[in-house]
Design a protein around this ligand. Structure first.
Ligand code: ATP
Ligand code: MG
Length: 557
């Protein structure tokens, strides 16, 4: 496994191969410039991380630059809140842009270019409805139909486009279309829309200055060209747009320089929904607590869940970049954070569903210091923990009458308490409902870790917290947000596919006192239970932890 990963690292991904070939051929005098172009209409998700690692990674690897460009051409959905969040998430992931640009920086330039297109007879104002236009598109094998407005005179087009941009025309009543070829085998060439009217929403940067806004295809390649991008990397669904991307630039370029669009497979993960539109819906309908709900696939959600930037980057590195759409098992993402935290997280003791256990032969007021390892990778890194007569163990670590194969504590049985002694259960007390209230045990004083008797064979080892100094906490146990492997491909409403058991609140947890001063986002391994991270809502008086991931992959379908 390790060897495979090392080997993979030595081979280039196909985009790196393209870049190296271009460098070897002296393209653009060896200059490499990329961009990461999010639309500020939502928070970044783990799919964006895949694009970020490639856009910034290529620039780093080949001594180039990568800019952050906000693709802000649709004021209806965009907001400064998203701009700020996107910047924060990119930096958290560990990348730094050279410049911040906005497609809206080029609104005037693009508008002037559109006028130029009209003057050259390459664009016209269409007054049909969007339904009529769609109805004339044809199919890949059947040519489309010309708009009745296709051949209106240049002067008329100029005048109407001015009226559109002056706010004299209602939204949706007219569009500006490129005049290319309604029979083109590539449907994107069948007179694509260049501009539409939007007067109802202010733009987050230009307010109500503009009444017409460029479409993605008319804005993206031009922006790349204006900035000097050499490699414009995007996801596969844009491959069919590439000829149009090139065509637009060819119409006005004054030199031989051309940005190259290249496409890779987008990230899809099982039990996960990645569309920003649907994530926004989850937020707006309060089906999650916000964009940073720890169950969300957003970078801020993963951060709050306890993911580290290293774990996310390693995951992206392992899945790699190809030309084929695929579905990645979410357990691969979970394995990467497990691996990362296994190496770095401090081991502590926490009892999430406590039941009291009394060690009857342990002196009433005695408190003893025991040594516990902080991380087995480093045996010299230890701390002292206190042991006493009353402790807490997990409720499900005890069964009065054990089932076959139950190796934890039961009446008459023996277990080891981690870092402490071997204990034997003598009896238990139940309430009127049969629920266990207290467990009674004796301990063997010769079995403390390090003593000769300590190696005596017992089957189970339990974690525990001393009752006299335990602190209280709330723990939020998260699971997958969706019940089905591929929620995006299901026919039904995606909200019906939500896992109703994806968040469990445990409000009566008992922790070791070394956790009393923790700060948000600190991460720990709760022994035998999993990895946990301090939530933003946590305070000194009310500690809150989020479960990042269980210790082992135990998810059942
Ligand atoms: P969504 O469909 O989730 O709303 P988007 O593609 O509209 O995402 P953008 O803000 O336009 O989101 O994306 C910015 C960049 O991130 C683009 O280059 C896009 O190709 C890339 N990207 C978006 N989603 C993924 C994904 N799932 N995997 C890889 N790259 C992605
Ligand atoms: Mg988009």
């Amino acid at each position: 496994m390790t060897q495979n990963i090392e080997q993979e690292k030595k081979t280039l991904n196909f985009i790196e191969q393209i870049v190296e070939d271009d460098l070897n051929n002296g393209l653009n005098n060896g200059k490499i410039q990329t961009r990461f172009p999010p639309e500020p209409n939502g928070y970044l998700h783990i799919g964006h991380a895949k694009a970020i690692c490639l856009d910034f990674g290529i620039a780093q690897k080949y001594n180039g630059t990568c800019n952050l460009r906000f693709d802000d051409t649709n004021p209806v959905k965009e907001d400064v809140e998203y701009v700020e969040a996107i910047k924060e998430d990119i930096q958290w992931l560990g990348f730094e842009w050279e410049n911040v640009y906005y497609a809206s920086d080029y609104f005037q330039k693009l508008f002037d270019l559109a006028i130029e297109f009209i003057k050259q007879g390459k664009a016209y104002v269409d007054e049909q409805t969007s339904e009529q236009i769609a109805g004339q598109k044809g199919t890949p094998t059947v040519a489309g139909t010309d708009s009745p407005f296709r051949n209106r005179p240049v002067e008329e087009n100029l005048q109407l486009f001015e009226q559109m941009s002056d706010g004299e025309i209602t939204d949706g009543k007219m569009v500006l279309r490129a005049k290319i070829n309604m029979a083109h085998p590539n449907m994107h060439f069948r007179d694509p829309i260049m501009y539409r009217i939007i007067t109802t929403h202010p733009h987050h940067r230009t307010g109500y200055d503009w009444k017409v806004y460029p479409m993605y295809d008319f804005a993206h390649g031009q922006s790349d060209y204006f900035e000097g991008v050499t490699h414009s990397i995007c996801t596969l669904e844009f491959e069919v747009h590439r000829p149009l991307y090139d065509w637009y630039i060819d119409q006005f370029a004054t030199s031989g320089y051309r940005p190259k669009q290249r496409e890779f497979n987008r990230l899809n993960i099982t039990y996960t929904m990645m569309s920003k539109r649907k994530l926004l819906q989850l937020v707006q309908e309060n089906l999650v607590s916000g964009w940073d709900d720890p169950r969300m696939p957003t970078l801020c959600g993963l951060r709050r869940r306890g993911y580290t930037p290293e774990a996310i980057r390693n995951f992206i590195d392992r899945i790699g970049y190809t030309k084929f759409e695929a579905m990645i098992d979410v357990s691969l993402l979970e394995a990467s954070i497990r691996e990362n935290l296994n190496a770095t997280a401090k081991r502590v003791s926490a009892v999430l569903n406590p039941v009291k256990l009394v060690i009857e032969n342990y002196p009433e007021n005695q408190i003893e210091q025991l040594t516990a390892e902080n991380n087995p990778e480093n045996p010299n890194d230890t701390r002292q923990i206190e042991f006493s007569r009353n402790i807490y163990i997990e409720r499900d670590d005890f069964m009065e009458n054990p089932q076959k194969g139950y190796f934890r504590l039961f009446s008459g049985g023996e277990v080891r308490l981690k870092n402490a002694y071997i204990i034997k259960c003598t009896s238990c007390k139940k309430d009127e409902n049969g629920e266990i209230q207290e467990i009674y045990c004796t301990y063997d004083p010769n079995t403390r870790s390090g003593m000769p008797e300590a190696n005596r064979k017992v089957k189970g080892t339990l974690h525990w917290v001393s009752a006299h100094d335990a602190i209280d906490a709330e723990v939020r146990v998260y699971d997958r947000l969706f019940n089905v492997e591929n929620p995006s491909e299901m026919e039904c409403d995606f909200r019906e596919l939500l896992n109703t058991d994806s968040k469990r609140l445990l409000t009566n947890c008992k922790l070791e006192p070394c956790l009393k001063d923790v700060k948000p986002l600190e991460r720990f391994q709760f022994q035998r239970l999993g990895y946990f991270c301090v939530d933003y809502d946590s305070t000194a008086n009310h500690l809150i932890f989020n479960r990042t991931v269980s210790l082992k992959d135990s998810w059942k379908k």
